[in-house]
Ligand binder design. Sequence first.
Ligand SMILES: Cc1cc2nc3c(=O)[nH]c(=O)nc-3n(C[C@H](O)[C@H](O)[C@H](O)COP(=O)(O)OP(=O)(O)OC[C@H]3O[C@@H](n4cnc5c(N)ncnc54)[C@H](O)[C@@H]3O)c2cc1C
Length: 442
Amino acid sequence: MAARLLTTQDVNWDLERAAFNILVDQQPAGIAVPRSADEVSDVVRSAAADGKRVAAQRTGHNAVPLGSLASTVLLRTAGLGGVQIDADAGSARVGGGALWDEVVPRASELGLAALHGSSPNIGIAGYTLGGGVGFYHRKHGLACNRVTAIELVTAGGEQIRVDAEHEPDLFWALRGGGGSFGVVTALEFDLLPLPEIFAGALLFPAEQASEVLHGWREWTAGMPEEMTSVGRLMNFPPVPEVPDPFRGKSFAVLEVIYCGDPADGEELMAPLRELGSAGTDTIQVQPPAGIADLHMDPQDPVPYTSESMLIRELPPAVIDSLLEAVGPGSGSRLVSVELRHGGGALSQAPYDAGALATLPGSFVTFAVGFVPVPEAMAPTRAWLGAFRASLEPYDAGRYFNFVEESFDIAQIFPPEVLDRLREVKQRYDPENLFHSNHPVTG
Ligand SMILES: Cc1cc2nc3c(=O)[nH]c(=O)nc-3n(C[C@H](O)[C@H](O)[C@H](O)COP(=O)(O)OP(=O)(O)OC[C@H]3O[C@@H](n4cnc5c(N)ncnc54)[C@H](O)[C@@H]3O)c2cc1C
């Protein structure tokens, strides 16, 4: 059976070309929806023969940087599903189009956890090819460095399996170097033996943001690697999709995830509860699946724009300037401004790491604003600019997955890593067939 091919005449054209960010208007040369690796090979070969490029895409969570798709076949990977979990081995095998919410609940039932991210409906392949910063990263590092094998279709249409022994350079490049090298049809990775975690969120009134963020910042300094936490400012939009107690309201939010002994987690977290008068406290012992929605990411496509930065450290003055720029009283309506505590295992390269071995800095930041009408773009970009400016003195670089604009990956990879990525690109895709969000160019 051949892959489903769509043209502008098809009724599903608009559905299949839609990205997660509604502001992105993808107009590809054609759309292919393969259901097997064989069909992916056919799509890749016929696109190449036709002088077109190929862009693999699952959810379109990072579609902005792709730019024009006028000469590109958009290869939607939703048909490349399938999830198998080997509870004895503590590992998973997933199709190139699987989402995290197909793995996390099933693994959790078996007493296992995955290095998933904050949103359950992100594609595992896209997330992992770009690194993968989740909720256990201070103890277990980037998701890409727990991958044990990848199956992909190359620019020549061949189906290959790569791991530490087979095509090791390509295996290295795929783990953090992004989607420039082929279409991933399956991934295998290790899970964590983790039946229970101590985790949840505290929501404080926005007026307490200064005490809460300063207190949290100080508290992070003494935390073991088992503890990952996020400090945030949130302005929930006044839309029906947001539940009543939060709709249109602003909060200072702390999210905490402890992947060691829950009793230790409870003791370590106690000071956070004293930081202010939290109206909502969901921190409890729970299975790993319990935190799927902890970060409150939107499930359905939304119109938005974002900024991100890795920062070296977070001295008190930076919290003050961040609050002044986008905190309560600043006029900012950014939906979320978050500071994820990094460091720990994110700073230590595993001996067999892929292209993205570590993330510099000790905090990973991300800010996002909704743009429901075109007039909202200018003020939202201004708040995002103020967010960046407040952190700039401590700029430690960018994180591949959090960059939602076209940028030069030389900003994130050291020269020797970039050279090696380019060599691998030259070897496996010399004609630059694959059109990816953050391209490695030869
Ligand atoms: C709401 C939200 C929450 C997020 N939370 C996190 C988080 O907690 N941690 C984190 O690290 N990141 C996070 N991200 C970023 C996310 O990991 C990236 O946007 C990632 O690229 C999404 O992968 P996708 O496949 O869903 O997106 P897509 O836009 O479909 O794909 C992105 C790119 O991945 C590559 N790709 C995807 N599938 C394949 C494939 N099968 N073969 C080859 N290449 C492929 C392509 O180059 C493609 O351009 C978040 C993003 C959003 C919008």
